[in-house]
Design a protein around this ligand. Structure first.
Ligand code: T46
Length: 137
């Protein structure tokens, strides 16, 4: 599995850092929605689902957390620890977010509006779908 992690370019000067993200330049899709999570309690695992079509970029803009990516064949754990790192999460990818530091703010840029029907929340259903897709080619 290829993990795509973007390293965004900070515009730093003696006042500090600034990162600007523009769709189709820094982000490989049109950004329709931004959301972020914070104050995540110790030991919590978020996510535990895949999306049928949604693409996202996850950026831990403060603190740190870990992201488990699982394409149904292989799993990878990606730490997010810097505000200039962006993890691309494709559709058909199971994701879990965990090990949040108490100060973590995880921001997500999403390619579409919120749509519950795009979620696959059952892991066996997810595995069946990705394996069937691979068999069909
Ligand atoms: C994902 C991971 C990385 C909304 O009303 N609008 C929204 O745009 C979102 C994302 C959520 N919600 C509501 C739905 C639930 O009642 O907020 C509540 C928590 O959402 P959820 O349990 O889906 O949160 P996570 O952290 O498990 O997953 C989220 C995204 O939903 C998901 O797309 O990929 O972050």
């Amino acid at each position: 599995m290829q993990v795509v992690k973007y390293m965004f370019q900070p515009h730093g000067d003696d006042r500090g850092q600034l990162i600007a993200l523009e769709e189709f330049k820094d982000i490989p899709f049109s950004v329709k929605r931004v959301y972020y999570m914070y104050d995540t309690k110790e030991g919590v695992v978020r996510g535990k689902h895949a999306h049928k079509s949604l693409q996202q970029i996850l950026i831990c803009i403060h603190g740190s957390c870990k992201i488990l990516l699982d394409n149904g064949f292989e799993k990878k754990v990606v730490p997010l620890e810097k505000p200039y790192e962006g993890l691309y999460v494709a559709n058909d990818m199971w994701r879990e977010m965990y090990d949040f530091s108490p100060d973590a703010v995880l921001m997500c840029l999403a390619s579409d509006y919120y749509d519950e029907s795009d979620y696959i929340r059952d892991y066996d259903e997810f595995l069946k779908m990705v394996h069937e897709k691979q068999e069909k080619g």
